[in-house]
Design a protein around this ligand. Structure first.
Ligand code: 5RP
Length: 211
């Protein structure tokens, strides 16, 4: 699988525009993309990063890290996923970077998702759905999830880059990801739902093949 991750990370380079600014996700697949991006560092303005982890790698490789408030809209965002359905709707957040990832995806004209074949599913939900919550809302959100048939498990010990906590929801088979994303977004204390369905990927690369 790590060979497919590397192929996907390298293949995503073909979507990077000369002189542009690249939105960069988080995770082991994205790490291959950042390594490949370093070869182009003199031909891009820089990157907007979705996590402290990716920021550290970008800086280490000499790629300027820019503030999204200063760059405005981006032409491209490259990120991995934990699951991807046939409509390019995703579960993300396995690396707890879902909030900044969703912000950059929303700010980008094209979202290129890079995965290995184990991430391709018919129905989202086998991978527990990550939800970032304000710490004081953890039990409230947990009860709301139980009411909806999910089994919430607190990712104990993990604090996001935004100072929040993560709940992983087990046991949901997500037939309508857009409706569930909208519904969960209404619960007070939820910062970000790891469903990327209202704004799915535009291009999915499984290894170096486009889905
Ligand atoms: C981080 C993410 C990652 O994209 C997702 O977890 C996939 O990671 P990897 O490429 O290591 O399999 O959503 O929050």
């Amino acid at each position: 699988m790590s060979n497919e991750k590397r192929l996907a990370g390298e293949a995503a380079i073909r979507y990077v525009e000369e002189g542009g600014i690249v939105g960069v996700g988080t995770g082991s697949t994205v790490a291959f993309f950042i390594d490949a991006l370093a070869d182009l560092k003199d031909r891009i303005q820089g990157a907007v990063s979705s996590s402290e982890q990716s920021t550290a790698q970008l800086k280490r490789l000499g790629i300027p890290v820019l503030d999204l408030n200063a760059t405005g809209p981006l032409s491209i965002y490259v990120d991995g996923a934990d699951e991807c359905d046939p409509y390019k709707r995703l579960i993300k957040g396995g690396g707890a970077a879902l909030t900044r990832e969703k912000i950059i995806a929303a700010a980008s004209a094209k979202f290129v998702c890079i995965i290995d074949s184990s991430k391709r599913v018919e129905l989202l939900g086998k991978f527990p759905l990550p939800i970032e919550v304000i710490p004081m809302a953890r039990s409230l959100v947990g009860r709301e999830i139980v009411k909806r048939g999910g089994n919430p498990v607190w990712r104990d010990g993990v604090v996001t880059d935004n100072g929040n906590w993560v709940i992983d929801v087990h046991g949901w088979q997500i037939a309508d990801p857009v409706a569930l994303e909208k519904e969960l977004n209404q619960i007070p204390g939820i910062v970000t739902v790891g469903l990327f369905a209202q704004r799915p990927a535009d291009v999915v690369l499984i290894g170096d093949r486009e889905m």
